[in-house]
Design a protein around this ligand. Sequence first.
Ligand code: GLP
Length: 248
Amino acid sequence: TVRENLPSLVEAVVDALEGHLRQRLGEQRPKPLGLATGRTMVPIYGELVARLQRWPADELEHLRRSWCSFNLDEYVGLGAADRRSFAAYMARHLGKPLQLSPQQLHLPDGEATDPEQQAGSYAAQLQSFGGVGVQLLGLGSNGHVGFNEPPCGPEAACRVVALSQSTRQQNAAAFGGDPSQVPSQALTLGLKEILAADEIHLIVTGSAKAEILKALFDSPCTDQLPASWLRNHARVSLWLDQLAVTGE
Ligand code: GLP
């Protein structure tokens, strides 16, 4: 799906999400939502919250009580009390406005004393819920999804990763613009868990993503471009605004 501008793309993505959430209400044991962070998701969550707040009170209450999501990633060393953490991001954009408890919004614990062990237990916890149903993804400028930096193959599982210089640069804004302040490691679900989702929605917006998006279109599956492995998944939707497609 390509939309002319960002607002109409956000509308279209949230239409799909809202429909999915409504459908989930009728399910006995719905699978967890797979959520992403980053700038791409800010307007998506903003619009989603606005829509949900217009739901009838009983349906919204049901949705709240049954909410269960698993995020892709977190910086090693940062906890929910640090506003630069992804846990704080999720609380800000979804948890607080929808009155969800932190226990409903699962993220890897960036403050775990043993990050490798945390990666294993986070993956096991997700598995105990049956894996991800609908997975939202943004795209890194170097082709990463979650924090699966290139090179990365489809079998890579939840783990601790080193963040590349370019990713630390890309995410520096939240750290006073200084890439050296961005943690050098992160916990991330792997392509393995991502590709095991029932349905994937990759959302790419803005001219800064035009180059990597073009590379993604032109590329076969390769470890050099982790997002290219999504080609092997049967149910992927690609949501683009005009700027991401044309670069202008
Ligand atoms: C970040 C995150 C991803 C995010 C992607 C795109 O580094 N780890 O979850 O989807 O890169 O970020 P943005 O939306 O800010 O461009």
